[in-house]
Design a protein around this ligand. Structure first.
Ligand SMILES: Nc1ncnc2c1ncn2[C@@H]1O[C@H](COP(=O)(O)OP(=O)(O)OP(=O)(O)O)[C@@H](O)[C@H]1O
Length: 260
């Protein structure tokens, strides 16, 4: 479960002195992070700290200005987002990213096809269709949407759409899952539903999430990193991070207060 000092094995994700500047402004200022296989890791921090930028660097959406990112020991330098995706890293976005007029089933199937590189190959798709249908149904089962299989995705509730999106993110069999504010805009019961789902679907996978809801962070994460002004000021077990005076001062005091 742990990547932290003293643990053996190649980390799922290793970030070394990562830097990113936009023009003259350095937004990510020397981030180091090691996330083990099977770990659930939350990145927290105030607005504008650089969390989304960090995600965009990891997924290859932005080029780095300096430093290294390794996925399962392999340097990601110069790789396009789709290449990184095919290496087993998949990200879901804050904004719901589904096709609303396609059925729930088709949304997942489409993502499976894409992840297998069959995007343009109709005949390949047909020849694989039974296996594909079974794989799609297995994902639907995992995200508890089997009963919604034939409905247009746009008719699902907000929480169900987020669940579908998590299914789409998982569909290609990625073993490193990145979730960007998975419970944003949800009620308490929807948040609980999505938290349970994330817990289930990330068993034996690596989860990296950005989340502002401290209940979700402390409920799900094995480790937490606190990003402030482009630097990680603390990484540790939830209880260590919660007790860290630097973190209290820079972020957590205000964030926990905001919860009440
Ligand atoms: N493409 C860009 N060009 C210039 N500046 C950018 C770009 N993307 C982000 N920034 C700047 O980088 C800083 C960090 O933004 P980022 O969105 O990464 O923060 P964040 O921690 O994700 O914030 P939030 O919690 O509000 O989502 C901000 O000052 C933002 O204006």
């Amino acid at each position: 479960m742990s990547s932290q000092p003293g643990q053996a094995g190649t980390p799922a994700l290793l970030i070394d002195d990562l830097r990113k500047s936009f023009g003259k402004t350095e937004i990510i200022r020397g981030v180091n992070l090691s996330i083990a296989r099977g770990e659930r890791h939350a990145v927290i921090g105030p607005n504008g700290a650089g969390k989304s930028t960090l995600f965009n660097l990891i997924t290859g959406r932005f080029p780095c200005s300096g430093g290294k990112i390794k996925l399962h020991g392999q340097d990601l330098k110069g790789l396009a987002p789709f290449q990184i995706n095919r290496m087993g890293l998949s990200r879901s976005f804050q904004i719901t990213n589904i096709f609303p007029n396609m059925s729930v089933f088709e949304n997942v199937r489409c993502s499976l096809l894409w992840s297998r590189g069959y995007r343009y190959s109709f005949w390949h798709m047909v020849s694989k269709s039974r296996e594909l249908t079974e794989a799609t149904d297995a994902v639907l089962e995992q995200i508890n949407l089997t009963e919604r299989r034939e409905l247009p995705a746009g008719t699902l509730s907000y929480a169900e759409q987020r669940a579908l999106e998590i299914g789409i993110t998982m569909a290609g069999g990625a073993d490193v899952i990145m979730l960007d504010e998975p419970t944003a805009g949800m009620s308490h019961s929807e948040t609980d539903y999505i938290m349970d789902l994330i817990r289930q679907v990330t068993v034996n996978k690596t989860l990296i999430m950005v989340e502002h809801d401290m209940g979700v962070v402390f409920g799900l994460a094995d480790y937490i990193s606190v990003l402030v002004y482009g630097e990680i000021i603390a990484t540790g077990r939830p209880e260590e991070v919660r007790a860290n005076p630097k973190v209290q001062e820079a972020y957590l005091g205000a964030a926990l207060e905001a919860e009440h």
